[in-house]
Ligand binder design. Structure first.
Ligand SMILES: Nc1ncnc2c1ncn2[C@@H]1O[C@H](COP(=O)(O)OP(=O)(O)OP(=O)(O)O)[C@@H](O)[C@H]1O
Ligand SMILES: [Mg+2]
Length: 263
C-alpha cells in the first residue's frame, strides 16, 4: 500500500533521547512508521525505551532529537502539540489516570473534554454527540451496567475497561496505549487487549500499544516492533518473529549492535 509520508499516523526518524543524569540512551536512533489502521505492538525488555517512545509521540517528552510527525503534523522537542492534534490522539496510561471518586459514566464522558469547545468544557456542558460517543464506548467495552459505580469501587480489570472506554469516547484517530493490560490475569489480558484492537479496527483507528507479553501481542497485532537498549531490533509481522529471536531480544546479554554509551 502506498502512503503519502505526511499522512502516516506516525513517522519518526533518528529519534534520540537521554534523560538528564542518565549514562545510557533511552532512545538510540529509532526509525519507525505506522500506517493508517494498523495495530502495532511494541515489545522488548524493561528499560528498552517503549514508554519513552510513546511519551515522545504523545508530545510530552522534552529535549529529544530527530524528526517525528504524528497524524501528519510535525512534533517539536520544545513545544506541546496543538489542541486540535491533542483531540485526535488518545493515550491509555498504565495507571489509567482515572478520576477515582467520580462515576464510570463521568470518567468516560471526560474522554470528550478535548473535543468540546473550551468554554463549554469549562462549564461542564456536554453535547448530544458527547453523550452518544460515551454511550457507545460503554457498550463496546461491556461496562454499561457499571455506569453509576464510582471508579474507586471497581476491580483492576473493570478500571482498565473504563480507561479504554474513556479513550474510545474521545474517538481518536490514533491510540497510544502503554501496557494497557498490565494489571490483568492472562485470560482477561487477552480479552481486554482483543477488545481494544477490535474496537480500534472497527472505528478505523490506528493503535500502537506496548506489552510485556509478546505471545499475546502477536495474537492481536498486525505487526510487532521489538525494542532493546533504545533501538528497534525487530519490525515485522508476528509470524516472522520466531521464539529463538524473541528469546535473544529478552536475554540480558548485550546484543551484537549494542548502543554506544552517551559521551
Ligand atoms: N523519567 C525518567 N527519568 C530518568 N530516566 C528514565 C525516566 N524514564 C525512563 N528512564 C530510563 O530510560 C530508559 C528507557 O525507559 P522506558 O521507561 O522508556 O523503558 P520501557 O521499555 O518502557 O520499560 P518497561 O517495560 O519497564 O516499562 C531506562 O533506562 C529508564 O531507566
Ligand atoms: Mg514502560
Amino acid at each position: 500500500m502506498m502512503n503519502t509520508p505526511g499522512l502516516l499516523p506516525i513517522l519518526a526518524t533518528g529519534l534520540v533521547h537521554t534523560y538528564v543524569g542518565n549514562r545510557t540512551w533511552a532512545l538510540a536512533g529509532v526509525d519507525f512508521a505506522v500506517e493508517r489502521g494498523e495495530v502495532v505492538a511494541l515489545v522488548g525488555p524493561s528499560g528498552a525505551g517503549k514508554s519513552t517512545l510513546l511519551t515522545l509521540l504523545d508530545g510530552r517528552l522534552r529535549g529529544w532529537h530527530g524528526a517525528a510527525s504524528v497524524l501528519g503534523l510535525a512534533l517539536g522537542p520544545d513545544r506541546p502539540p496543538d489542541r486540535v492534534r491533542r483531540a485526535e490522539v488518545g493515550f491509555i496510561f498504565q495507571e489509567f489516570a482515572l478520576v477515582e471518586r467520580a462515576s464510570v459514566w463521568r470518567n468516560v464522558l471526560n474522554g470528550r473534554l478535548g473535543r468540546t469547545d473550551p468554554l463549554a468544557s469549562l462549564l461542564g456542558r456536554s453535547t448530544a454527540a458527547d453523550y452518544a460517543a460515551a454511550e457507545a464506548a460503554l457498550l463496546d467495552t461491556g461496562i454499561a451496567e457499571l455506569r453509576n459505580r464510582r471508579v474507586d469501587r471497581l476491580s483492576g480489570g473493570q478500571r482498565q475497561r473504563v480507561a479504554i472506554a474513556r479513550c474510545l469516547a474521545q474517538e481518536p484517530k490514533l491510540i497510544l496505549a502503554d501496557e494497557p493490560v498490565s494489571n490483568l490475569d492472562p485470560l482477561r489480558s487477552e480479552r481486554v487487549l482483543s477488545l481494544l484492537a477490535r474496537t480500534a479496527r472497527q472505528r478505523g483507528s490506528t493503535l500502537l500499544f506496548t506489552s510485556h507479553q509478546p505471545e499475546l501481542a502477536a495474537l492481536v497485532a498486525d505487526r510487532i516492533v521489538a525494542m532493546r537498549d533504545g533501538r528497534v531490533v525487530f519490525d515485522g509481522p508476528p509470524e516472522r518473529l520466531d521464539p529463538t529471536e524473541l528469546d535473544k531480544i529478552y536475554r540480558d546479554e548485550p546484543l551484537e549492535h549494542a548502543p554506544e554509551p552517551v559521551p
